[in-house]
Design a protein around this ligand. Structure first.
Ligand code: CUA
Length: 150
């Protein structure tokens, strides 16, 4: 008698379990991307703002730096006026890269498919390097960019 109860209980558990898997698979497969900033890494160069990378003045002493990280570079060097606040908008055209500016608190991951943002105010003149600190392939050690503040 007890065996029968357990058999039914087990059967119900199995059905519930499979339904949950089925429903979540369905939900995931059909869910539209909720993140509006999601971009196709293969079409980065045709997708705004990455179709026009570089430094743009957006306010008084305020700039937006649009950059595409790609094995194994960060794009053209940036020239930033001293005292400027720079909002970095960075995406990757291939794999995950790092984005670190030694001597500042700028340090983030650059993930493909996303706009990765970080802000920094350059109060001191000088040359800054952008370093990739996520292993991204054979050229990883040499992957860097340059920011000139003057
Ligand atoms: Cu890019 Cu390491």
């Amino acid at each position: 008698k007890y065996e029968k109860i357990w058999l039914i209980f087990g059967g119900i558990t199995l059905i519930v379990f499979l339904s949950v898997i089925g429903v979540s698979a369905f939900a995931m497969g059909h869910h539209p991307p909720s993140d509006m900033t999601t971009i196709d890494p293969e079409k980065v160069k045709e997708t705004a703002p990455f179709d026009d990378p570089g430094l743009k003045k957006i306010g008084d002493n305020e700039y937006e730096a649009v950059m595409v990280a790609q094995a194994f570079m960060f794009g053209e060097p940036l020239e930033v006026p001293k005292g400027a606040t720079v909002h970095f908008k960075v995406t990757s055209a291939d794999v995950v890269h790092g984005f670190s500016i030694p001597g500042t608190n700028v340090n983030m991951m650059v993930t493909p498919g996303h706009i990765n943002t970080i802000t920094h105010t350059f109060d001191e003149a000088g040359e800054f390097l952008i370093i990739c600190n996520e292993y991204c392939g054979v050229g990883h050690q040499a992957m860097s960019g340059r920011i000139e503040v003057n």
